[in-house]
Design a protein around this ligand. Sequence first.
Ligand code: BJW
Length: 248
Amino acid sequence: MQCTQEQLDEGARILKRSRSLAVSTGAGISKESGIPTFRDAQTGLWANYNPQELATPQGFSGNPKLVWEWYVERRRMISDVSPNPGHYALVDLEKEFDEFTLITQNIDNLHRKAGSKNIVELHGNILRFKCFDREHPIEQLPDDDRIPPRCHCGSMIRPDVVWFGEILPADAVMKAGRALETCETLLVVGTSGVVYPAAAFPAQAKACGARVIEVNTEISAITPLVDVYLQGPAGEVLPKLVETFRAL
Ligand code: BJW
């Protein structure tokens, strides 16, 4: 199913009336770049891997080699792919608004690669590292045979991403909160809307008076709440939304 031109017109009119836009993206926007989402029943990462083993601090403590190697593999896959038309459409939208914040749950760096500027990375970035015990930032991985490599303090090094049960980076939470309070429109793209705190963003923005537009191939947990639902792949719907917006 794909959204109609009337629905795109309605979304574009809401955007046209707004001076400030916040965008919240999830794994769905990178699907067309070739990166699997998490919760797709067939191809999602959590269909094939156990999140408790691979995306929790307890999982890393229990089997650091397994977790480290899983992230090495994902980093290799991510470094081979490019942004898609959905990422580039958001770069175009950023130029149209006085205030624009792109809040992403994705760790794949593709918004930055595409050229988006004001990005808030809620769940970290797979290309960065920190130490497990004391969170020392790691600028460069040591030339170390150990897996995982070790920090100067002796602790294991881990990817700088947010696992289940971990607190999100304070500056990211603060910037996201400010954008949600002040935006006139929130555009939500490609997230199932089940992982908190991002799952609460649409309700938060609405409570502050914003309109909410969603782009997703499927109905999500937030669809019942949105003002305009644009069904379809982000790589097709977002460029059409920008084109419709510019034609108004
Ligand atoms: C397309 C498409 C196309 C496909 N175009 N669309 C309140 C209530 C209940 C629980 C909690 C709560 N507050 C906190 C929690 C606990 C927990 C949580 O939310 N659990 C829920 C699962 C119930 N949250 C946390 O632990 C967070 N920490 C926190 O809140 O700290 C304080 C606290 C802790 C404990 C208790 C209370 C407070 C941290 C969450 C960290 C999430 N980490 C991961 C892994 C990151 C690293 C890595 O990648 O390895 O982040 S899990 C994974 O899910 C990843 C994603 O960012 C995140 C969200 O997934 P996303 O992006 O929505 O992907 P999918 O696959 O779910 O959906 C894809 C969507 O795209 C689908 O809708 C498709 O239809 C769509 N789609 N193709 C457009 N082409």
